[in-house]
Design a protein around this ligand. Structure first.
Ligand code: PLP
Length: 382
């Protein structure tokens, strides 16, 4: 600190009232929040063990089951962002010495590897280039070669705009090798067809801030009875106390006993976001995402731009559009933010500088947003 500066302990900082810019969020998340969700967040707090809140917890669990398409009893919102639900999945299911097979075709597969390693797992990979899905034949070979205890895959890779097809084929292969399947559904839940029970996914986690259009803070997680049995049979405690599912069972299970103070307002928000899913109907919602993202895709293609993913594994909720030769992606993202109050993003990792990432998620998947995005991008590229 300079000689003449006042320490913040001496003078109260003069900070203005909150006045964030009014952005349209068409990036990789968060997406635009529905006004009903924002209203739910401004309703009065009750205690996290208040009888009214305990009732509301049941409702949230039922709505989550509907959205995940599962009857799993073990379906809860984890306090924290999508990474907390992800860490709850890997940190509980993976025991020291377990072999964990993860994909190497995107940023979030790498995060799976990192979390599985921290849980004491031996990580092996099934490889595919960034921008491509896993080939079931490669998954089968990796399962045969490594005989993993857990196989994780990313259903909707936000870093590449790739939707993993053939999920039931992958889960069947994994189960033939007695591996539990963990699916990252952060960018698919509520926006892209996902059927946890029909597809025999053992564990799935998500984030609320993508196709559910809810602020981050309480993140969906579901586990089958078999996966939960593995968690409850562990020989060692999971390394995280906060995310230990055997302890969280006390709060989200029948007992409803204190473990930590639930983020009440985020649970309110998630409840309202999931009510919107139920009102629309999950299949109608998947169809809307596909219809609006198709319009977006048609618009960018009409401008002469190419999609990075072919139709076979195009991800409607996250559109990866190739950056034209000689164009600075960062400058384009800045221009649409400045000129149109519109958020889109550039690529990450192996696809940095190669793609724009344009979300079409939840409440943001609306005709006016598609028109705005195509107009703004066309203008910035002109
Ligand atoms: N997995 C995927 C596919 C994601 O897109 C994200 C976030 O963008 C995460 C995991 C982590 O979620 P969060 O950033 O909410 O912690």
């Amino acid at each position: 600190m300079g000689e003449n500066a006042t320490s913040s302990a001496e003078a109260a900082p003069a900070v203005a009232e909150l006045d964030p810019p009014n952005r349209t969020l068409m990036g990789p998340g968060p997406s635009d929040v529905h006004p009903r969700v924002l209203r739910a967040m401004s309703t009065p707090l009750v205690g996290h063990l208040d009888p009214s809140f305990v009732e509301l917890m049941d409702e949230v669990q039922d709505l989550l089951r509907y959205t995940f398409r599962t009857d799993n009893e073990w379906t809860i919102p984890v306090s924290g962002t999508g990474s907390a639900a992800m860490e709850a999945a890997f940190g509980n299911l993976v025991e020291p010495g377990d072999t964990v097979l993860v994909p190497s075709n995107g940023y979030f597969g790498d995060r799976m590897a990192s979390m599985a390693r921290r849980a004491g797992g031996d990580v092996v990979t099934v490889d595919a280039p960034w921008g491509e899905p896993l080939d079931p034949a490669d998954v089968e070979s990796a399962l045969a070669a490594h005989d993993p205890d857990v196989f994780g895959f990313v259903h909707a890779e936000t870093s590449t705009g790739v939707l993993q097809p053939d999920v039931p084929v992958l889960t069947e292969a994994a189960h033939d090798h007695d591996a539990f399947v963990v699916a990252d559904t952060v960018t698919s839940l509520g926006g892209v067809e996902l059927r946890v029970d029909d597809w025999n996914v053992d564990v799935a986690y998500a984030g609320p801030q993508k196709c559910l259009s809810c602020p981050p803070g309480a993140s969906p997680l579901t586990l089958s009875d078999e996966a939960m049995a593995k968690v409850l049979d562990r020989e060692t405690d999971p390394r995280s106390w906060y995310l230990d599912l055997s302890l969280l069972e006390g709060y989200w299970g029948d007992e409803r006993a204190y473990h930590h103070t639930a983020p009440i307002t985020n649970v309110y928000a998630l409840r309202e976001a999931l009510r919107l899913v139920a009102e629309e109907g999950i299949e109608a919602r998947w169809e809307r995402h596909e219809r609006l993202a198709s319009a977006l895709k048609a618009g960018v293609e009409a401008m002469g731009l190419a999609m990075n993913a072919p139709d076979a594994y195009w991800l409607p909720s996250l559109n990866a559009v190739c950056v034209p030769e000689g164009v600075d992606d960062g400058a384009i993202c800045d221009a649409v933010l400045e000129g149109y109050d519109l958020e889109i993003a550039g690529g990450l990792g192996d696809l940095a500088g190669e793609i724009f990432r344009i979300g079409c998620m939840g409440h943001a998947a609306r005709p006016e947003n598609v028109v705005l995005t195509v107009t703004a991008l066309g203008d910035a590229l002109a």
